[in-house]
Design a protein around this ligand. Structure first.
Ligand code: FES
Ligand code: FES
Length: 905
C-alpha cells in the first residue's frame, strides 16, 4: 500500500504493508533512526513522535493510519543543518540527556506541550513526559530543561579552567539531534539477522531434531557445535556460561539455537518450528533450595551449589556483643532487579580478512575483545570491538550478550550479521541484581558508639557465575557500613540456582547490604533515644580511622561533612513531618502519615584488591588536531566530558579544542571497564597524566618552563613563557602523543579479609521524606536531599546527574522493582520509576579532596543509589513504625506489615 504523508515538513511517499509500524518504517525504510525502539509495545515512550502535533508511540501506529497526516520526529526539531532548537539547547545546558536513548522521545513529548503552553508548570511538564521512561537521569534535569527552556549554553571554559565547570556534555549534540548511533542504529543494510531460540524452562535436558529443513530456508542454524569454544565468563578461570546451551539449560531464557538469515525470514519462524525435544527437570529456585542438603546441582562440578564464600574478621565480635548496651538484629531480603536500560542489547559483526569486528553497545570493549577471542579461538588482536553509543548499562552491559553469536555467524557466513534483542528477550536473558538474604547484628555502648557487628550476606547468583564473585567479595568489606566498628565479622556467599545469572548492577551488592546496616543504625539509635542522624555522625569513619579490613584512612573520608550538611534539612523535615502528622488530628490527614529517614554509605572505588589499570593518550597531529584517545566507554554517565576536562587542564589547552576517539579497541588503549565507579578516579588520573605528558613534550620542544601558557591555532602551537613567545609548527614537529597510566594502589585481602581493598572510598548520606497511606500501603517519596563526598566535582552537572539517576533507581529498588523470571519480562509488568514517581531532589556536593585522584576527584556512579533505599525505608518506619524486612516494599507487603503490627486500621 502506498502511504503519502508529511514527515518533518516534507512530503513522503512510503510503500509497504499498511500494518507496518511507524517506528519500523521510519527507522528501516526512511533512514530516520533518531526515533528509538525500547520495547516495541507502547511501554517506554522511546519512540514518541508527533502525529498531527500530538504525541504518539510510533511503535503502536500502523502506517495505514498515517496516510495524509503529518509526522514530526527529532530529526525535524533543529534547522536540519545541525543547529539545535532552543529546546534541544536547553536539554544540553541542563544535562538532561545522559545516555540519550530516551532523549528523542522526551524532546517530542515536550515539543507537544510547548506547542500548546509556552510557560508550563512543573505539573504540566510531568504530565506531558509521563509516558516516556528514562532510566538514567531521575527526570529532574529533563523537567528543568523544559520549564526553563534556554538558548544559551554554559560559557566554554578557557585553558586551564575546565575542571569544576558545568561544561556541556562534549558528545551531547548528536544525542539531541537524534544522530547518535546506538547498537541498532548503524547496522549495515546487507546484514543478516539472528533470532535466538531460548529455553522456556528453568531446568531441562534437550535434544535437537533434524535441523536440515530449517537450514535450507536460512543462511545458517547455529547450535552449540558451531561455537569454537562454547564457554564465557568474567573471570579468567570461570568460563561456565555457554554461548548456546549444549544438551541442558539452566535458566528460562537461556540461548539454545540461533537462526541466521534475512531479517523477515528469521523473524517469521516460530519456536515451535524448531525441532527441540525437552525433558524438563525440577528447578532449583531460591536460596533455600540451593542450600538444601539434597539439592540437585545447577552445575555438576559445583558442589553444594556454592560459587564462592569469604569474609572479613577483625577483633572478636562474638565476645564484644556481651559488653554492648544495645543490640539490634534483623534479616533482610531483596529481589532480582532488572537493569531496564531503555536500549536493549544490540550490535553486529563483520569479518574483515582474518579479523572479526564487532560493533556493540557495551561497557567494556577490551573485556569483550578478549572474551570474543576466547569463544572464537582467535588471538585477541584478531578481534576489534567498536562500541556504539550505549543506551544505558548500569552493569548489565558488562557481560557478553549479542557479541559471541554475531561474531560466530559473521565469521562463518562472510556477511555482516546483526542481533537486536527484543525487550522480553533482553529481560529474560540479561543479568540481574543479586537477590540477597542478609542477617545482621550490630551492638553499641551506652553512648551510642558501635562496638560489634556480624553480617552474613547470601546471594542468589543464578545459573552462571557472571559477577557473583565480585559481589560476594565486595559486600563483606562494606557490610558494616561507613562506620568505626572495632569487632567485625562479615561473610558473603553466592549460590547457584536455576534463574538468570545475577551480575553487576550499580553497587555490586552493596545497596542490598546498606538496607541492612542502615536499619540497624536506626534501631540502635531508637533504643538509646539518640537522634538517628546524630548516631551516624558519632560513628562515621573519619580520616585517621582504621576500617574493618585494617586500612587506615589517611585522607578524603567526608561522611561527617555530609551529615553536617544534611543536619538543617533533617531538622526542618522532622518539624514538617511532625506538624503534618499532628495537623488537625486524624480527620484532616486521613490515612496519610509522613516520615523522614536517613541513609549512609561508603563505596570502594574500583576493583576489590585487584589490579585495575587505565591507559589514556592525548595526541596532537601535524595538522593541529588535538585528540583524546579514551578507551573509557561513556554509557551516559559523562566520562567523555570528564576525561576531556581533566586532560585539557593537564595539558593547558581549552577543552573545546579536543576531538574525541572513544572505545574502539584498535584506536584506544585499554582503560578498563566502565563499572565500580572507577572511570573518573582511575581513567581520569590516566587522562591527567597523558595530558601532562604531552605538555612536558611540548615544553621541551619549546625549551619553556613549567608555567608556560599554550595556545593552538591550526597547525601552530604557541608557547608563551614569561615574556618569550615560541611557535611550534606542528607540520614539521611531527605527531606528538602523551600517554598516561594509573593503577590504584591496593593489596590482596588475607584469609581474615585484612588488607587494602581500595585506594579510596566515596561517602554519602541522603535524607528521604515520604508519605504513606496506611490503608493502602502505598508510599510516595516527597523529597530527597543527597550529600555526597565526591572528592572534587569535575563537572557538577554530571555529578548531580549521577546522584539523581541513582536515587531514581534506589527508589525503584526500595518500593517498586521485583523481577520474577518468566513473569515480568516487559515494561508493563516490570515497573520502573516514571517522572511522576521521582521527587524533588536536592544535591549537596562535598569535596573532601582525594590526593590520589585527578584534581582530587573520586567517583559517584554507584554511590548515588546506595543510600536511597535505606533512607526511604527508614522514613517509612518513621511514618508507620513498620520496618521493611523484604524489598521491594510493595503496597501489599507494607499493608500486611502495618496490620500485623497493629499500626493501622
Ligand atoms: S518503543 Fe514504542 S513505547 Fe517503547
Ligand atoms: S538518558 Fe534517559 S534513558 Fe538514558
Amino acid at each position: 500500500m502506498k502511504v503519502d504523508f508529511t514527515l518533518n515538513g516534507k512530503p513522503v511517499a512510503w510503500d509497504g504493508p499498511p500494518i507496518t509500524r511507524l517506528a519500523a518504517a521510519l527507522r528501516a525504510d526512511l533512514g530516520q533512526t533518531g526515533t528509538k525502539v525500547g520495547c516495541d509495545a507502547g511501554d517506554c515512550g522511546a519512540c514518541t513522535v508527533l502525529l498531527d502535533s500530538r504525541q504518539v508511540c510510533a511503535c503502536l501506529v500502523a502506517m495505514g493510519q498515517v496516510a495524509g497526516r503529518t509526522v514530526e520526529t527529532v530529526e525535524g526539531l533543529g534547522d536540519g543543518n545541525g543547529t539545535l532548537a532552543v529546546l534541544q539547547t536547553s536539554f544540553l545546558a541542563h544535562g538532561a540527556a545522559q545516555c540519550g536513548i530516551c532523549t528523542p522521545g522526551m524532546l517530542m513529548a515536550a515539543r507537544e506541550l510547548l506547542g500548546k503552553t509556552a510557560r508550563p508548570t512543573r505539573g504540566e511538564v510531568e504530565d506531558a513526559l509521563g509516558g516516556v521512561l528514562c532510566r538514567c537521569t531521575g527526570y529532574g534535569k529533563i523537567v528543568d530543561a523544559v520549564m526553563e527552556a534556554t538558548a544559551s549554553l554554559p560559557a566554554a571554559p578557557p585553558a586551564g579552567a575546565a575542571v569544576g565547570t558545568r561544561l556541556a556534555r562534549v558528545d551531547g549534540v548528536a544525542k539531541l539531534l537524534g544522530r547518535e548511533k546506538f547498537g541498532a542504529d548503524g547496522i549495515p543494510g546487507d546484514a543478516l539477522w539472528i533470532r535466538v531460540v531460548r529455553s522456556p524452562y528453568a531446568r531441562a535436558r534437550f535434544t535437537l531434531g533434524d535441523l536440515e529443513p530449517l537450514r535450507r530456508r536460512l543462511a545458517a542454524v547455529l547450535t552449540a557445535a558451531d561455537v569454537p569454544s562454547n564457554g564465557y565468563g568474567i573471570y579468567p578461570d570461570i568460563k561456565d556460561q555457554p554461548v548456546l546451551a549444549d544438551g541442558q539449560v539452566r535458566y528460562p531464557g537461556e540461548a539454545v539455537v540461533a537462526l541466521v538469515g534475512e531479517r523477515d525470514a528469521v523473524l517469521a519462524i516460530r519456536d515451535e518450528e524448531v525441532p527441540i525435544t525437552w525433558a524438563p527437570e525440577p528447578p532449583v529456585t531460591g536460596l533455600d533450595a540451593a542450600m538444601a542438603a539434597d539439592a540437585p546441582l545447577v552445575q555438576a562440578d559445583r558442589p553444594r551449589n556454592l560459587l564462592l564464600e569469604g569474609g572479613v574478621r577483625r577483633g572478636n565480635a562474638g565476645e564484644a556483643f556481651a559488653t554492648c548496651a544495645a543490640v539490634a538484629e534483623g534479616v533482610f531480603e531483596t529481589a532480582f532487579v532488572e537493569h531496564a536500560y531503555i536500549e536493549p542489547e544490540a550490535g553486529w559483526a563483520e569479518r574483515v580478512g582474518d579479523r572479526i569486528e564487532v560493533h556493540v553497545s557495551t561497557q567494556t570493549p577490551y573485556m569483550d575483545r578478549d572474551e570474543v577471542a576466547i569463544v572464537m579461538r582467535l588471538r585477541p588482536e584478531a578481534v576489534r570491538i567498536v562500541p556504539t553509543a550505549c543506551g544505558g548499562g548500569f552493569g548489565g552491559k558488562l557481560d557478553l550478550s549479542v557479541q559471541p553469536l554475531v561474531a560466530v555467524a559473521a565469521w562463518k557466513l562472510l556477511r555482516p550479521v546483526a542481533l537486536v534483542y527484543t525487550r522480553p528477550e533482553s529481560m529474560a536473558a540479561s543479568t540481574k541484581r543479586h537477590p540477597a538474604r542478609i542477617t545482621a547484628k550490630f551492638g553499641c555502648d551506652a553512648e551510642g558508639a558501635l562496638v560489634a557487628c556480624e553480617v552474613t550476606a547470601s546471594f542468589d547468583t543464578g545459573a552462571y557465575a557472571s559477577w557473583g564473585p565480585t559481589v560476594a567479595n565486595r559486600v563483606p568489606v562494606h557490610a558494616m557500613g561507613p562506620y568505626r566498628v572495632a569487632n567485625v565479622r562479615t561473610w558473603g556467599d553466592a549460590w547457584f540456582t536455576n534463574a538468570p545469572p545475577s551480575g553487576a548492577f550499580r553497587g555490586f551488592g552493596v545497596p542490598q547490604a546498606a538496607i541492612a546496616h542502615e536499619a540497624m543504625m536506626d534501631e540502635l539509635a531508637d533504643k538509646l533515644g539518640i537522634d538517628r542522624l546524630e548516631f551516624r555522625h558519632r560513628n562515621a569513619l573519619r580520616v585517621g580511622d582504621t576500617t574493618a579490613t585494617g586500612q587506615t584512612l589517611s585522607h578524603s573520608a567526608g561522611l561527617a561533612q555530609c551529615l553536617d550538611a544534611l543536619r538543617p534539612h533533617w531538622r526542618k523535615a522532622q518539624d514538617e513531618v511532625a506538624a503534618f502528622n499532628a495537623a488537625g488530628g486524624a480527620k484532616r490527614r486521613g490515612p496519610k502519615r509522613r516520615g523522614v529517614g536517613v541513609g549512609c554509605m561508603w563505596y570502594g572505588i574500583g576493583n576489590t584488591s585487584m589490579s585495575n589499570p587505565s591507559h589514556m593518550r592525548v595526541g596532537l597531529s601535524p595538522a593541529g588536531t588535538l585528540t583524546l584517545y579514551s578507551g573509557a566507554v561513556d554509557i551516559g554517565q559523562g566520562s567523555n566530558t570528564i576525561m576531556t576536562q581533566i586532560a585539557a587542564d593537564a595539558l593547558g589547552l581549552p577543552a573545546a579544542q579536543f576531538e574525541l576517539v572513544s572505545g574502539d579497541t584498535d584506536l584506544t588503549a585499554d582503560a578498563g571497564k566502565t563499572s565500580a565507579s572507577r572511570q573518573t578516579f582511575v581513567s581520569g588520573m590516566a587522562a591527567e597524566r597523558a595530558g601532562r605528558d604531552l605538555r612536558q613534550q611540548i615544553l621541551r620542544l619549546a625549551n619553556a618552563g613549567p608555567d608556560a601558557a599554550l595556545s593552538l591555532a591550526g597547525a601552530r602551537l604557541t608557547v608563551r613563557d614569561g615574556g618569550e613567545v615560541r611557535v611550534i609548527e606542528l607540520s614539521t614537529a611531527g605527531p606528538l602523543m602523551g600517554e598516561g597510566t594509573f593503577d590504584p594502589p591496593t593489596t590482596p585481602l588475607d584469609a581474615d579479609g585484612q588488607g587494602i581493598p581500595y585506594a579510596t572510598y566515596a561517602f554519602a548520606a541522603q535524607i528521604a521524606v515520604v508519605e504513606v497511606d496506611i490503608e493502602l500501603g502505598t508510599v510516595k517519596v516527597l523529597r530527597m536531599v543527597a550529600a555526597h563526598d565526591v572528592g572534587k566535582a569535575i563537572n557538577p552537572t554530571l555529578v548531580e546527574g549521577q546522584i539523581e539517576g541513582g536515587i531514581a533507581q534506589g527508589l525503584g529498588l526500595a518500593l517498586m522493582e521485583e523481577y520474577l523470571p518468566g513473569r515480568t519480562e516487559n515494561l508493563h509488568d516490570y515497573l520502573i520509576p516514571t517522572v511522576g514517581d521521582v521527587p524533588e531532589i536536592e544535591c549537596i556536593l562535598i569535596e573532601d579532596r582525594e590526593p590520589l585522584g585527578p584534581s582530587g576527584a573520586k567517583g559517584v556512579g554507584e554511590p548515588g543509589l546506595v543510600p536511597t533505599a535505606p533512607a526511604i525505608l527508614g522514613a517509612v518506619h518513621h511514618a508507620t513504625g513498620v520496618r521493611a524486612r523484604r524489598v521491594p516494599l510493595l503496597p501489599h507487603r507494607l499493608r500486611e506489615a502495618i496490620v500485623a503490627a497493629g499500626k493501622g486500621p
